[in-house]
Design a binder for this molecule. Structure first.
Ligand code: F6P
Length: 341
């Protein structure tokens, strides 16, 4: 078979491990793989590169994606879907493996329904917000980066008697904030799934300080909801219509300082959470996903997404993954809140 692969949306550590696994498995199955460059822009513009065992060797530990990515929405491009089908035919491709989050996989789903594209999806996002899979790769790495950052914030916060507010990614899901906050020992965590009163955060910090702690660490998800304040500063949207988030940490820090009179600083971890090498967990998950995606293609099981279910790799209809956002398990938040001041 001839198989195309693309990586779309925000990059996530583990993408290169998927590419390597797909190439290695496909080659063993007697198939050839080509990469479409920069997400859905690749097939729209027929921009490709050959992928061989030689060109993908040593990729398991490399962050980013060698075929690059973009947030291109083909349904917003004049004739986009038709151009994709033309590129598939021009390259004599039997199938496409789309590696991405809700947007990339959402496009894949629409392309298979409306244009009969033979597609298999691999779920990726640091946000861990895709349904029907226990974890997406990239998430574990992001959590490790957040944990290390919070560890570092602890020592400087303590030295200065400060409150440090750490803003993390995750879009409309609080997975990174909650996992990172628990692992880093945060004194308060704000997530999108629970509207938080600033007064509660303030009271909790004051309580801690009254009880003898001279510093506090607050983790806030970029999409966190505050019950007594406008959450979003901006209406700016990306090509998929998502509001571009960011800035809540700074505003929260100012409120905390004003209300508690404790010196407070905000730190935005931003894209450091998506950079660098994947953790061992993400390397293994990405590799298992890549091999499983290849098997699905060779079995001609199209319109499916590989997923992790209770430790096993399974496959589900793509719509099961993208139908609804997987928001934070609030049982986990209850665990985290045991440690709030
Ligand atoms: O979906 C991954 C993610 O990193 C989100 O957590 C974040 O809101 C968004 O992408 C940032 O997107 P960009 O890299 O386009 O600024």
């Amino acid at each position: 078979m001839r198989i195309g692969i693309l990586t779309g949306g925000g990059d996530a550590p583990g993408l290169n491990a998927v590419i390597r696994a797909v190439v290695r498995k496909a080659t063993a199955q007697g198939s050839e793989v080509i990469g479409f460059l920069e997400g859905w822009r690749g097939p729209i513009e027929n921009n490709t590169m050959p992928l061989t065992i030689d060109s993908t060797v040593g990729l398991v530990q490399k962050g980013g994606t060698i075929i690059r990515t973009s947030r291109t929405n083909p349904f917003k491009v004049e004739g986009g879907p038709e151009k994709i089908m033309k590129s598939m035919a021009a390259n004599k491709l039997d199938a496409l493996i789309a590696v991405g989050g809700e947007d990339t996989c959402g496009v894949a789903h629409k392309m298979s329904l409306e244009h009969n594209l033979n597609v298999v999806c691999v779920p990726k996002t640091i946000d861990n917000d895709l349904d029907a899979t226990d974890f997406t790769f990239g998430f574990d790495t992001a959590v490790s980066i957040v944990t290390e950052a919070i560890d570092r914030l602890h020592t400087t916060a303590e030295s200065h008697n400060r409150v440090l507010v750490c803003e993390v990614m995750g879009r409309h899901a609080g997975w990174i904030a909650c996992y990172g906050g628990i692992a880093g020992g945060a004194d308060y965590i704000l997530v999108p799934e629970k509207a938080t009163k600033i007064a509660d955060v303030v009271a909790s910090i004051k309580r801690r300080h009254t009880n003898g702690c001279n510093y506090s660490i607050v983790v806030v998800a970029e999409g966190a909801k505050l019950s007594d304040e406008e959450v979003l500063k901006t209406d700016e949207k990306d090509a998929f219509g998502h509001v571009i988030l960011g800035g809540i940490g700074d505003r929260l820090a100012k409120h905390i300082e004003k209300e508690t009179k404790f010196e407070t600083r905000a730190v935005v971890l931003g894209h450091t959470q998506r950079g660098g090498s994947p953790t061992a967990f993400d390397r293994v998950l990405a590799t298992r996903f890549g091999v499983a995606a290849c098997d699905l293609v060779h079995a001609k099981k199209f319109g499916r997404m590989v997923a992790l279910n209770g430790g096993q790799i399974v496959d589900v209809p793509v719509e099961a993954g993208v139908g609804k956002l997987k928001t934070l398990d609030m049982g986990l938040y209850d665990v985290a809140s045991v440690f709030f001041g």
